[in-house]
Ligand binder design. Structure first.
Ligand code: NAD
Length: 316
């Protein structure tokens, strides 16, 4: 069984490997039928995965619907269900209090639950006014937390300064921060920038998402929409080739193993689209790390280390 860790100062304990459900919305390719999702979700749960993360944005509500169907039959108190508010499509954002309250209720309906354990503001760098998250969105979530509809509340985004900006301004206690693509083989800026320690010092639980960098660190490569610049894509493809040809090793599994070494992160969320992906990731959790492959891959990626891409509105 996978070990669990405390999520910051909340009373939630989450598995070190979490189930990222964005692929269930068809984000990385074809749509995932409920039967295939159910198979993956139940298998994950049987191995001790208890954190399931989704959003109304993923597949424009499809991920929540499919995950809700797949979770049926599991004891509700035995898993931690996380969703988000504020982002509804690639270019559709609404962080207003009214939308937050409606959104949480709609998510609960799609997920077939009467409470959400975690709700986070989704990609806050896209808020039209940077003060809105601190002054309106988080207070709206805090009211839902007071009512007991929501357990913990949090922030997600790509630029690492979004947390500090919101936390310095808001009067609300924030429980969780989710960072993505900033603690993986090619990018360790979550740690290098001091953000991980800063968040933990503030009592927040930290979730690290996308250990295979949204497909960059896979043999299949990233989807067409991936925002990485060409040189980063090229280096990652080269690293995948080096890993396979010189070490007969799968870069995705190595990437997950690397991310899991950071024990100050409460949970690492990897996208799962099938039992096959899940099993490969569970196998990686239990296998020894190929240190020679790790060194070679990191050397290949060194010229693009911590290279990222812009995200959000100019004002945020
Ligand atoms: P990821 O890096 O975890 O996975 C990317 C793709 O690689 C997916 O298609 C996945 O199925 C596939 N994959 C995973 N393991 C693999 C393996 N061993 N071999 C081959 N392919 C493999 O990226 P992600 O899914 O975007 O991130 C994980 C989860 O984190 C998401 O599902 C979502 O729940 C969350 N997330 C949140 C935010 C946010 O809040 N802003 C951003 C990114 C991710």
């Amino acid at each position: 069984m996978l070990p669990k860790r405390a999520l910051g100062a909340t009373d939630l304990r989450v598995s070190v490997l979490g189930f990222g459900a964005s692929p269930l919305g068809g984000v990385f390719g074809e749509r995932v039928p409920v039967e295939r999702a159910t198979d993956a979700v139940h298998e994950a749960f049987a191995h001790g995965v208890n954190l399931f993360d989704t959003s109304p944005f993923y597949g424009v509500t499809e991920s929540e619907r499919v995950l809700g169907g797949a979770l049926r039959g599991l004891e509700r108190d035995d898993y931690v269900l996380a969703s988000k508010v504020g982002r509804y499509d690639a270019d559709e954002f609404d962080f207003s209090a009214a939308r937050v309250e409606r959104s949480v209720r709609e998510s609960m309906q799609r997920l077939g639950t009467r409470r959400l354990d975690i709700v986070q503001c989704h990609d806050v760098e896209f808020a039209p006014d940077p003060t809105q998250i601190a002054d309106e969105t988080l207070p709206a979530l805090a009211r839902l937390r007071d009512e007991g509809l929501v357990g913990a509340i949090g922030l997600t985004g790509l630029p690492l300064d979004v947390y500090r900006r919101a936390l310095e301004r808001t009067a609300v206690h924030v429980d969780v921060a989710l960072s993505y693509c900033h603690y993986c083989l090619n990018d360790t800026s979550l740690v290098d920038s001091g953000t991980l320690e800063e968040l933990r010092a503030g009592g927040l639980g930290v979730i690290n998402a996308a250990p295979v960098a949204m497909g960059l660190l896979t043999e299949r490569g990233p989807p067409a929409w991936h925002p990485a610049p060409p040189e980063l894509r090229r280096r990652c493809a080269e690293a995948a080739r080096v890993c396979r040809e010189r070490f007969d090793c799968d870069i995705a599994q190595l990437a997950l193993q690397f991310a899991l070494r950071e024990e100050r992160v409460a949970s690492t969320l990897v996208g799962v689209d099938s039992r096959d992906t899940l099993e490969r990731n569970l196998a990686a959790c239990n296998a020894p790390v190929n240190e020679a492959a790790l060194d070679a891959v990191r050397a290949t990626l060194q010229p693009v280390h911590n290279v990222t891409w812009p995200s959000g509105t100019a004002k945020a």
